[in-house]
Ligand binder design. Sequence first.
Ligand code: MN
Length: 200
Amino acid sequence: MTTSKTSARITPRELPYSYTALLPEISEETMRFHHDKHYEGYVKKLNELIEGTPYEGHTPCEILLRSEGAVFNNAAQIWNHEFYFEQLAPVPQTAPTGDLLRAVEEAFGSTEELIKQMNLAAAGLFGSGWIWLVKDAGGKLSIVSEPNAGNPLCRQLTPLICIDVWEHAYYIDYRNRRPDAIAALWNRLDWHVVEERYAL
Ligand code: MN
């Protein structure tokens, strides 16, 4: 038996780009706080919470689907942040194409309208949380607002895009101007990643 507690620990993922790669929309300071302090903080906390419990050795996705309270909050925040960072890119594909574009047009009329509606949802979410573009079992798209660590996987929906509206995601760069931070984020969204998520 070579399994050790160390190997069962969840390890944080590296950013898929450099800390300065998303300038000017997102500063190096925000990236360092967001990834190294907040995201890695959730990983550290979850490892503490699950040590010696039946959750140990499971992935954040497996854990968030069958937990609640602090364990859920930290597992979901790990999953949400990995999904958030991985959809952004220094040189993104700037618009959806193909099957995803058709689904966007069917649900919202246009990509511009989808972005407008997600921006409105982000501005309207009181306090901390996430705005999601999701796909249901029939392939239909919709927008979901989740408070705190909420994740649409818990409602059998497939996440395609997430917008982090926790203040830690934007306060260093944009202070109280959440709508400006969200508007800028679209410049860095890689629609190629969203298309891959939609095709799954
Ligand atoms: Mn965050």
